[in-house]
Design a binder for this molecule. Structure first.
Ligand code: PSV
Ligand code: MN
Length: 431
């Protein structure tokens, strides 16, 4: 298949030629330091090289505040342009080879053709996301008062049919999972019966579940609140795991880092879900107050590290399966989204690499002996390592750019795109 990559390998090579000597020096020096701790840097680099995280199609668009959109010139206006931007992120960073589409935002007539288009850009597809949290032109029923949990059977049927259509589109795209987040909930005490709305959700979700192909997963994404502010049908990991258990083995839980109450111990949730075989996926972002969708690790990189510490533990002890779908889910309006995705991918890889560095035997024996300080130090000594040379070397060896942000600015991508991409209108906020 003809390649259609946006950046030439010559461009990347010339960028790297100016930086490789310094990187080698940093990598060798870090290698010596880690060697003294009994860690082989090349083994860590090999783990990093294998780690990938999907990019959401909507993540290459400029988000907004909750109230308004502030478009930038040259931002993508449709799935084809979004794929091009995702290809830039992948070519430079080499950690994001798959795109997670959202329907109907990314709906096309020819999904097989879209799959080929993506492949020519060096991309595949990850989990497909359904959208029953918004009305669309031409829809017969409104989701104003709910979707899968609606009191109206016709609305529930429409929501089920949309999810089934998403599965069909996903099959043509080569995906193998459907992520379902519903905004269903209430703003008033008494507005809905809390038990019966969950019953209706479960019944409708079971119809979606029944349409899953054999090797597919259904990922249930919980969120504490918003757009509903009194109650939400799948509000927390408890509701999520109960629903996933009721639905069956192909249903698992998806943890979006911004979807919890402040100060909740998310790493413990990760460990719990894994313990019961229900950890299905992640949406990486960061938050200060609520579902802020800020860049991954930008507010609390230590929490991200602790989450990865649990993920590395889970991988070592798979308890019958460990295959979470990782995706970046961030959206705001203050940076060029390509830059944010490059930066977040780097942050996520760093958190992963630091977790890989943890001396698991030392940690385990300190835990078992109740040596609190040494258990803490087993984590802290790894968190404190600057793993940037490992990430950059893995990227360089995979054909990416040593300094992704510098290279992105060198190629003037956004300005070039501004010459021919249509302006995005004002209008709705986030997404
Ligand atoms: C909901 O807030 C969410 O995190 C879900 O993943 C949605 O699909 C996405 O954001 C839409 O922006
Ligand atoms: Mn999400």
């Amino acid at each position: 298949m003809a390649s259609n990559l946006p950046i030439s390998s010559d461009q990347i090579s010339s960028h790297n030629a100016l930086r490789i000597a310094a990187l080698e020096e940093d990598y060798d020096s870090l290698g010596r330091r880690l060697g003294r701790r009994g860690v082989a840097i090349d083994a860590v680099k090999a783990r990093v090289a294998k780690f990938t995280v999907a990019v959401p199609s909507w993540g290459v668009g400029v988000g907004g505040t909750r109230f308004a959109k502030f478009p930038i010139a040259g931002e993508p206006t449709n799935i084809h342009e979004k794929l091009e931007d995702c290809a830039v992120v992948q070519q430079l960073g080499r950690a994001t080879p798959r795109v997670s589409p959202h329907f109907p935002w990314d709906w096309v007539d020819d999904f097989a053709g879209l799959r080929e288009e993506a492949a020519a850009l060096g991309l595949g597809f990850d989990a497909v996301n359904s959208n029953t949290f918004q009305d669309q032109p031409g829809l017969e029923q409104s989701y104003r008062t709910g979707s899968l949990s609606s009191t109206d059977a016709k609305v529930r049927a429409q929501a089920v049919a949309h999810n089934v259509a998403c599965i069909e589109a996903g099959r043509a795209l080569g995906s193998d999972s459907l992520t379902v987040w519903v905004g269903d909930g209430t703003n008033f005490p008494g507005q809905q019966d809390l038990g019966r709305s969950l019953d209706r959700y479960l019944e409708a979700a079971a119809e979606v579940y029944a349409a899953l192909p054999q090797d597919w997963r259904m990922l249930l994404e919980h969120k504490m609140f918003e757009p509903a502010f009194y109650s939400t049908v799948i509000s927390d990991w408890g509701s999520s795991i109960l629903a996933a258990t009721e639905l069956g083995p192909k249903a698992q839980c998806l943890v979006d880092l911004g979807h919890h109450a402040p100060n909740v111990n998310i790493e413990q949730i990760v460990a719990r879900l894994h313990r019961f075989g229900k950890l299905g996926g992640f949406h990486f972002n960061d938050s200060k107050y609520g579902d802020d969708d800020l860049d991954a690790g930008s507010i609390n990189p230590h929490q991200l590290f602790l989450v990865f510490n649990e993920l590395v533990e889970a991988e070592r002890n798979p308890r019958g399966g460990f295959n979470p779908a990782y995706m970046i889910d961030q959206s705001h309006n203050v940076t060029d989204p390509i830059e944010s995705l490059l930066s977040s991918a780097e942050t996520i890889l760093s958190a992963f690499a630091k977790a890989v560095l943890v001396d698991r035997e030392a940690l385990r024996s300190a835990q078992d002996g109740n040596d609190v300080m040494m258990a803490f130090q087993a984590l802290r000594r790894s968190y404190d390592v600057d793993v940037a040379p490992i990430i950059a070397m893995a990227r360089y060896e995979a054909g990416g750019a040593i300094d992704t942000l510098a290279m992105y600015r060198e190629i003037g991508w956004r300005d070039r795109k501004a010459q021919h991409r249509k302006p995005v209108g004002l209008g709705a906020g986030i997404v």
